[in-house]
Design a protein around this ligand. Sequence first.
Ligand SMILES: C[S@@+](CC[C@H](N)C(=O)[O-])C[C@H]1O[C@@H](n2cnc3c(N)ncnc32)[C@H](O)[C@@H]1O
Length: 232
Amino acid sequence: MDAFGRAGKDFLKKDNDEFIYVESKTMEDDVIPVEHLFRDFKQMPESEKKALEKCKGKVLDVGGGVGSHSLYLQSNFFDVTMLDICDGLCNVATQRGIKKVVCEDFFELSTEEKYDTLIFMMNGIGIGGSFDFFEKTIKKSTALLNPNGTIIFDSTDIAFCYEQEDGSVVVPLNIEYPGFVKFRLKYKNEIDNWFNWAYYDMDKLKSLLPNHLKLDVLHEEGPAYSAQISGF
Ligand SMILES: C[S@@+](CC[C@H](N)C(=O)[O-])C[C@H]1O[C@@H](n2cnc3c(N)ncnc32)[C@H](O)[C@@H]1O
């Protein structure tokens, strides 16, 4: 997602284009306003606000992007670390004043640190875009969390993308799960590589969790929701 990094750098220099373009093999093409990455608390959707209000203790912001959620938590005196795989985004987050920024692949992160809350915002729980990656995400999170720690995330049920005129949902046979998507980002004249992501609906996500873990919904608005996973 280097397009995010390039756009973020431009935004700080006030030299940004308005949009990052999202091309998809499964959904309609879309745009993300660059400004949205830099949203403050007031500009965040309700599901993100509810998610941030549930954070406790030491927080790891996984796939933190330009660090908007970390910045809010830091200004509210949380001990927060922002983690992102993209160098450009980590630079932007540091320039915005986030004190603890780690530039690393979440799955490769090697640390003795333990956290009370892991946040995965803007559908971050769908990292990797497969059921295998979801299992790895839960395993890695378990290793990083203190006892009684929680995962907090937001997501969207995108089954509506396959809705027919009569309201039924018809998923093409070659798609394992309607929430799996393939994206490619374009910013200015550069196009990134294709990558996989997932948008889990609540029931699917519950069914993927090991028995000892529990999902509680924090906020629901149409197909979008935020939720907390506990029991670690
Ligand atoms: C959809 S963006 C969300 C950005 C931010 N959380 C927000 O809400 O604005 C997903 C982020 O995850 C990061 N990311 C993707 N794969 C990652 C990985 N394996 N480890 C760490 N970060 C990753 C991307 O660089 C990107 O910044």
